[in-house]
Design a protein around this ligand. Structure first.
Ligand code: FUB
Length: 475
């Protein structure tokens, strides 16, 4: 195939955008792959925090590593009646058809940090407290679960120590006591100038097995932290320090890693302070794609704003949730009265970018589920950028309430091939409209019924020629 054909037939090289979430501050990523979809569990730094002020956890998901769907907050401090603060770094494990979410929270009665476990029937919840009390408590944080090939599950956690217990197969109890992994410089690197913390291990263990080798990826040597790792021949060691994965960078004095394979690639999740007003207590989760070295070691990974390449494309001809977003400006999300989430708090000039949208031969119309408690506004459909080619404009009128939903449709022209789609919002001052979902109609599919009852009067027709039908109306 010629280079010309390769260039013209290949979709444009699409890149994701870091940080993954722009609508709120997120921290402490924990990815999980289930049924072909990557779920990302995060913490949530409150706006303007001057401490780790965190009250709930969030869930996002993606099938292409570029567009992320916001599933809202299916778990908060209120899930644990015995907890009163510090919804910090957790981890979700799947077993026996259930999702177990392990989190560190402050125990109201002891005042110390404890590990709670919630259980849900779906990766997006809802989640309920499995025990009504802590699963384990030693005033340390950052739980992480490994289910070994033998079926034995381990719960690891700790700062300043690194502890583990052997979970029973119910995943909500354990056998034996808490074991502390020896923190040696051979196992976790040497830290200087801090006799009470002689190794680099700080917090946030992320433990997994790959090709017979156990990896422990952790936040190292606060502050600022970098991400380092150790490996071992078994789930409980002995550990050997292997060095730095992600050097100190990114305007947050903590970092927190989660590593997972998805759709044939390996992905490294972390957090930084890259959003406006971001920093050590207003962090954002980001992701990079990487390749293991041939000997199983992990290369140095640096933070980028581009993130990984998109896996495949997004289909605009099926219903897409408005909260499936590659990048956004100005908007927020909220629980929708129609279920799931909607995009809201939309003002003039705000936009949503959806990456790598495969329009193919083109689209003829755009349909959106909208609501407006004011007099509405316009949804501009633009390609390539928020000021790019305008291919359609949908006018949204007031619907009598922010959760009074209506469906609007507008014509589209000029959307072909695979492009980044920008839904840009325009109108007067204040909040304009809410958006729940959208969908395009493909060229060649008017949405009308097939012509089965037509009658024609033909004056002269003979031989073979093209037939043109003018002014056809479809119902
Ligand atoms: O987010 C609160 C704490 O900050 C986490 O538990 C640690 O891992 C660090 O990221």
């Amino acid at each position: 195939m010629s280079l010309f054909l390769l260039i013209t037939l290949s979709p444009p090289m699409a890149k994701a955008d870091n940080p993954i979430v722009q609508t709120i501050y997120t921290a402490d990523p924990a990815p999980l792959v289930h049924n072909g979809r990557l779920y990302l569990y995060t913490g949530h730094d409150e706006d303007g925090s001057t401490y780790f002020t965190m009250r709930d956890w969030r869930v996002y998901s993606s099938t292409d590593m570029a567009n992320w769907t916001d599933h809202g907050s299916p778990m908060s401090l209120a899930t644990f009646a015995w907890a009163d603060a510090n919804a910090w770094a957790g981890h979700v494990a799947y077993r026996n058809g259930k999702f177990y979410w392990y989190v560190p929270v402050r125990n109201r009665s002891t005042g110390g940090m404890a590990i709670g476990v919630a259980v849900g029937d779906s990766p997006t919840g809802p989640f309920r407290d499995a025990l009504g009390r802590p699963l384990a408590e030693n005033n340390e944080i950052d739980p992480n679960v490994l289910i070994d090939d033998t079926g034995q599950a381990y719960l690891y956690w700790g700062n300043p120590r690194l502890a583990y217990v052997r979970l029973n197969s119910d995943m909500i109890s354990y056998s034996g006591g808490i074991t502390y992994i020896p923190l040696t410089s051979a196992g976790f690197g040497a830290r200087s100038g801090n006799p009470s913390r002689p190794t680099l291990y700080e917090e946030g263990p992320w433990i997994f097995k790959r090709n017979g080798l156990y990896y422990n990826v952790f936040a190292a040597e606060c502050c600022s932290e970098f991400i380092a790792y150790s490996t071992a021949p078994t789930a409980i060691g002995p550990w050997t320090y292997r060095g730095t994965i992600m050097p100190r960078q990114g305007s947050s004095f903590t970092n927190h890693a989660g590593i997972i394979d998805y759709a044939g690639g390996s992905y490294f999740f972390y957090h930084n302070g890259a959003l406006p007003n971001g920093g050590g207590y207003t962090r954002s989760v980001a992701v990079e794609k990487f390749t293991y070295n041939a000997d199983g070691t992990i290369p140095t990974i640096n933070m980028t704003t581009a993130g990984p390449p998109q896996v495949g494309t997004l289909d605009p001809f099926v219903r897409q949730e408005a909260e499936t977003i590659a990048w956004s400006s100005g908007v927020e999300t909220e629980a929708s009265g129609e279920g799931g989430m909607n995009v809201g708090f939309i003002q003039n000039g705000d936009y949503i970018k959806v990456k790598g949208v495969a329009f193919g031969n083109g689209a003829t119309s755009f349909t959106a589920r909208v609501a407006s408690g004011t007099s509405g506004g316009r949804i501009e459909l633009r390609l390539g950028s928020a000021t790019g080619t305008l291919v359609g404009t949908c006018t949204v009128n007031g619907t009598g309430g922010w959760q009074n939903w209506a469906t609007v449709t507008c014509p589209v022209s000029g959307a072909t091939g695979t492009r980044d789609l920008y839904l840009r919002f325009a109108g007067g001052s204040g909040y304009l409209l809410n958006l729940n979902w959208w969908q395009f109609t493909p060229y060649g599919n008017s949405g009308g019924s097939l012509l089965t009852n037509a009658s024609f009067s033909v004056e002269t027709a003979s031989g073979t020629d093209d037939l043109y039908i003018d002014d056809a109306s479809f119902q």
